[in-house]
Design a protein around this ligand. Structure first.
Ligand SMILES: Cc1cc2nc3c(=O)[nH]c(=O)nc-3n(C[C@H](O)[C@H](O)[C@H](O)COP(=O)(O)O)c2cc1C
Length: 143
C-alpha cells in the first residue's frame, strides 16, 4: 500500500468557537506541505473528525502531535490502514464546518464502517477517505 490513512474523532475543549480551528488550519497550511500530509477536518462546534493521509511515518508522527494537543479531548482512533491512492490529494487540509450535532452520528457511522472494513469478507477497496470525500463534496454542493 502506497499510503496510510488515519481517522479519529475528538471533542473540542472550547465548544462553539472556531478560533482554535483557524489556528489549527494555519498550522496545517504551514506544515502539511512539507510532510506531504493531506486530508479533511470536519467540525460541528463540539466534535472534530479528521482524516490524515500520507506516508505511514508522517501520518503517525503528526497524529502523535495531535493527540497531545490541549485544544481537544477524548481523542478516539476510529481506523488506520493502508490505501493505494489519496482521496484528498488536492488539499493540504480540507475543512468543512457542519451544523451542530451532526458529527455525533457520523462518528458512530464511521466506527461501524471501521468494523466492516476489518471484516475480510467485505471488499475493502472503498477507503475511509473515499467515503468521507463523498460526504464532503455533498456538503460543499449544498452551500
Ligand atoms: C483537531 C486538530 C487537528 C489538527 N490538524 C493538524 C494538521 O493537519 N497539521 C498540523 O500540522 N497540525 C495539526 N494540528 C495541530 C497540532 O496538534 C500541532 O499544534 C501543530 O502541528 C504544531 O505545529 P506548529 O509548531 O507549526 O504550530 C491539529 C490540532 C487539532 C486539535
Amino acid at each position: 500500500m502506497a499510503y496510510k490513512e488515519l481517522i479519529y474523532t475528538s471533542l473540542a475543549r472550547q465548544p462553539g468557537t472556531t478560533k482554535d480551528v483557524q489556528d489549527i488550519l494555519q498550522s496545517s497550511e504551514r506544515n502539511n506541505v512539507g510532510t506531504g500530509v493531506t486530508g479533511l477536518l470536519l467540525f460541528d462546534g463540539d466534535r472534530y473528525i479528521q482524516i490524515l493521509e500520507g506516508s505511514a511515518e508522517n501520518v503517525t508522527g503528526l497524529f502523535s502531535k495531535i493527540q497531545t494537543d490541549p485544544r481537544h479531548l477524548q481523542v478516539e482512533l476510529l481506523h488506520s490502514g493502508g490505501i493505494s491512492a489519496r482521496a484528498f490529494q488536492n488539499w493540504r487540509m480540507a475543512y468543512e464546518e457542519l451544523p451542530s450535532g451532526l458529527l455525533e452520528d457520523l462518528a458512530e457511522n464511521m466506527a461501524v464502517f471501521a468494523i466492516e472494513l476489518e471484516d475480510e469478507s467485505l471488499e475493502a477497496h472503498e477507503s475511509f477517505g473515499a467515503r468521507l470525500n463523498g460526504l464532503f463534496m455533498d456538503a460543499i454542493a449544498a452551500e
